[in-house]
Design a protein around this ligand. Structure first.
Ligand SMILES: NC(=O)c1ccc[n+]([C@@H]2O[C@H](COP(=O)([O-])OP(=O)(O)OC[C@H]3O[C@@H](n4cnc5c(N)ncnc54)[C@H](OP(=O)(O)O)[C@@H]3O)[C@@H](O)[C@H]2O)c1
Length: 322
């Protein structure tokens, strides 16, 4: 029987992109009924029909209302908002994630690293104030500096290649100790401190799991060099934000480049907006005009496999949480 496919395309996604997504799904699974709910309420109402569901997120209570559901495909790389869903948690529903679409994230990190190195965050603030201040504009160079990547997974590895290409030395952490190209030394999670102590740029690319939620607090931030910069492009909850604000105000670290926050959108008046040693981007590090086509292609590749009874790619190991 042809599976009924339900795709929740975030209303923020431009209509042209949603149309391309619909077209790609129809091409990959011709004749399969396709449900495209416009609202969460509609997604919940149509959940009982769905055998496959895909989206950036699914509304709360979705899996409980979907007895025919066999497979969820996350358009995201991080799956923290899917792994706890009933059905996924107990293995009734297979969960796959998007790999290979977020190629802009390493570029975004390098842009932040170079911006801090060349003090562009200060230059832009000076420019807005019509201030010509050469002493505050004198930057450093990244060649020979150490990047510490926390989470050497798909994205962390691509970042290691870029950073090494820029002449940086790369160290990092991962759960399993196997070597990674362009990375000088790899530490297990319990040796995180060694990376924090040595790195000039600490980049968070970890998944959210019970072990990583709130992982970077006062003790960890104080272990970093006062000249070091923290860059978080993973998830806001991995860094304890109140401790980070203190670290920046009191100079435990030199700066922070942040794409993700505990609360998104970051509310007006939040201290992170006002600190001049912070660069805030609104959770966009993965997005480019080509991003959505890659997301659709990755889903459709798996859809063809599903239709052919072939094994799915990028299945999430729910027991480890990523
Ligand atoms: N800002 C954005 O728009 C954006 C875009 C894409 C992704 N992200 C975030 O970036 C994260 C990383 O993405 P990815 O595709 O690279 O994930 P991934 O391929 O699953 O890699 C995760 C890495 O973290 C390591 N890890 C897991 N638990 C750890 C721990 N406790 N200590 C140290 N290392 C640990 C893993 O170790 P092993 O290698 O040993 O398994 C793996 O190397 C995602 O989870 C997502 O939240 C954000």
């Amino acid at each position: 029987m042809t599976p009924t496919i339900l795709v929740v395309a975030d209303p923020l996604v431009p209509e042209a992109v949603r149309a391309r997504l619909r077209e790609a799904v129809r091409e990959a699974a011709p004749g399969a009924p396709l449900i495209l709910p416009e609202t969460d309420a509609e997604a919940l109402e149509r959940a009982p029909d769905a055998e496959i569901a895909a989206g950036w997120s699914l509304p709360e209570g979705f899996t409980e209302r979907a007895p025919r559901l066999r497979w969820i495909h996350a358009f995201t790389a991080g799956v923290d908002h899917f792994v706890g869903m009933p059905g996924v948690r107990d293995g009734r529903v297979v969960l796959t994630r998007t790999v290979g679409a977020h190629t802009a994230v390493p570029e975004h990190v390098m842009a932040l690293v170079l911006a801090f190195s060349r003090r562009l965050h200060i230059a832009i603030r000076n420019q807005i104030a019509h201030r010509w201040d050469r002493p505050s504009g004198v930057g450093g160079e990244v060649r020979g500096q150490v990047m510490g990547i926390l989470g050497l997974g798909q994205i962390g590895r691509a970042l290691a290649e870029l950073a090494a290409g820029a002449g940086m030395r790369v160290i990092g952490t991962r759960r399993t100790p196997a070597p990674v190209a362009h990375v000088e030394r790899i530490f297990p999670p319990d040796r995180l401190d060694e990376v924090l102590r040595e790195a000039d740029y600490v980049v968070v690319l970890l998944p959210v799991t019970p072990a990583t939620r709130g992982l970077l607090g006062e003790r960890e931030l104080r272990s970093m060099k006062p000249s070091a910069v923290l860059i978080n492009v993973a998830r806001g909850v991995i860094v304890q934000e109140a401790a980070l604000v203190r670290a920046l105000r009191e100079g435990w670290i030199a700066g922070a480049g942040l794409d993700v926050f505990q609360q998104e959108p970051l509310p007006p008046g939040h201290p992170l907006y006002a600190l001049d040693r912070v660069i805030v981007t609104p959770h966009v590090s993965g997005i480019t005009p080509r991003f959505f086509d890659r997301v659709a292609a990755a889903f459709c590749d798996n859809l063809r496999r599903y239709a052919a009874g072939a094994p799915l790619q990028h299945i999430v190991d729910v027991s480890r949480g990523y």
